[in-house]
Structures are given as structure tokens and as C-alpha cells.
Ligand binder design. Structure first.
Ligand code: ZN
Length: 131
């Protein structure tokens, strides 16, 4: 397993990207996830990446997050070998799941979120390559 990425909620991904460019990093992938009303900018760093999250609508989850808490870390994504198995195990242990079954996220990944009430306040995303 590994930290797949750290998702950061930003008002403007192009503006936020400058910091990473100034550090010598470049994004390799930008994608709009229509179902989440979010534009993601994926910046690889070693074995993981930073995922900038910009809302494409004032009603989107990222827009609402920024309204409530300001820009900042939105979630941490852990890549697991078998996402279904991980979800089943966490559910059995009584963790609160936002997604009971995996759905399609950015970068051809299956993803599922665990509720921050079950994870010490940090929204946790599990992911697995969909290939
Ligand atoms: Zn993510």
C-alpha cells in the first residue's frame, strides 16, 4: 500500500499550481470529474502525488468545503490492493462509510470515501487501480 495522493481544496488550481512549479514539479494530468463537480490537477511527487481540487460549480462538494473551512487539505488517499475487501472489513468493524461500494474517480481509479467521523477528522479515500 502507499499514500496515493493528498487532495487539496483550492479556489483556483492554475494559481495554486504555481507553488509546485516553483518547486520544480509539473502536473501530468488534469481531469474534470463531472459527478463530483470537480477539476483535478495531478502533480506526481515520487511514489505519490498532490491532487489539486477546484470546484466546477458553486454547489460542488469542494466549493462547500472551502466555504466552511477555507482552502486546505481535503483528503488523504491510500491505495489498497483490494478496495471491496477493505470496505467490507471496515464496515464490519463499525466504521462509517460514505461509499459502501467503490465508484469511478479521476485517473482510472476505483475510489471510496470513509467518513471523517470515523477517521479522526481527516477524510480518507481508499483507491485501487481500475485496470
Ligand atoms: Zn482523491
Amino acid at each position: 500500500m502507499r499514500i496515493a495522493h493528498i487532495g487539496i481544496a483550492v479556489k483556483n488550481a492554475e494559481v495554486a499550481l504555481q507553488l509546485y512549479r516553483d518547486l520544480g514539479l509539473e502536473p501530468d494530468h488534469t481531469e474534470v470529474v463531472e459527478s463530483q463537480k470537480v477539476k483535478t490537477v495531478h502533480i506526481p511527487i515520487g511514489d505519490s502525488s498532490i491532487e489539486l481540487l477546484e470546484s466546477t460549480s458553486p454547489e460542488g462538494v469542494i466549493a462547500r468545503f472551502i466555504e466552511k473551512r477555507g482552502e486546505g487539505i481535503h483528503h488523504i488517499a491510500i491505495e489498497v490492493p483490494n478496495i471491496e475487501e477493505s470496505l467490507t472489513r471496515l464496515k464490519e468493524e463499525g466504521y462509517r462509510l460514505i461509499d459502501e461500494t467503490p465508484r469511478r474517480g479521476a485517473g482510472n481509479m476505483l475510489i471510496a470515501f470513509i467518513h471523517p467521523k470515523s477517521t479522526n477528522g481527516v477524510l480518507l479515500e481508499l483507491c485501487q487501480r481500475a485496470d
